[in-house]
Design a protein around this ligand. Structure first.
Ligand code: CUA
Length: 145
C-alpha cells in the first residue's frame, strides 16, 4: 500500500514538474512575442520619426537651388525633399546615389541619401531648364561623424 502511495505521489510530482516546464517555455515564448510585437514596431516608428526630422527641403527654380548649401554627417542617412517652383528641373548629387530626372512643379520628390565619407559633394540640375541650366548647382558639405 505504501509503495503504491509512493508511486502515485511520484507520478504527481513528475506531472507537476512537467507543468512547470511548460510554464517556463510559455514565459520565454511570451517574452519573445513581447519583444517582437512591441520593441520591433516601436523602433521602426522611432526611426521613421527621426527620419522625418531629418528632412532637408530644397526648392529648385530658374536657375538655382535654395538653399544652395546643405549640411550632413557622414554615414547618417537623411532625406531631401525637392520642390520645383517653376519649370521641370533635375537633381543629382555627384558621387552619391541621389538622382531625380524629372522634378515637376507641384510634385515634391523625396530622396533618402547617405554620404559614406566626409567631404564636399556637388549637386546639380540634370534636366535642361533654360538658358542658365548649366549654372544650376549647389554644395553638400558632409562632416565627419
Ligand atoms: Cu534646372 Cu536645369
Amino acid at each position: 500500500m505504501r509503495t503504491l502511495m509512493k508511486a502515485v505521489s511520484m507520478r504527481a510530482r513528475q506531472r507537476l514538474l512537467r507543468l512547470r516546464a511548460i510554464g517556463t517555455g510559455e514565459f520565454v515564448a511570451l517574452g519573445i512575442a513581447a519583444v517582437v510585437l512591441v520593441v520591433g514596431p516601436a523602433s521602426v516608428f522611432a526611426y521613421g520619426r527621426w527620419m522625418d526630422r531629418n528632412v532637408l527641403v530644397v526648392h529648385a527654380q530658374q536657375w538655382q537651388y535654395a538653399p544652395n548649401v546643405l549640411h550632413a554627417t557622414a554615414g547618417v542617412p537623411f532625406r531631401i525633399r525637392l520642390e520645383s517652383e517653376d519649370v521641370v528641373h533635375g537633381f543629382r548629387i555627384i558621387g552619391l546615389d541621389a538622382q531625380v530626372t524629372e522634378l515637376i512643379p507641384g510634385k515634391s520628390v523625396e530622396l533618402t541619401v547617405v554620404a559614406p565619407k566626409p567631404g564636399t559633394y556637388v549637386y546639380m540640375c540634370t534636366t535642361y531648364c533654360g538658358l542658365k541650366h548649366a549654372r544650376m548647382f549647389g554644395r553638400l558639405i558632409v562632416a565627419p561623424r
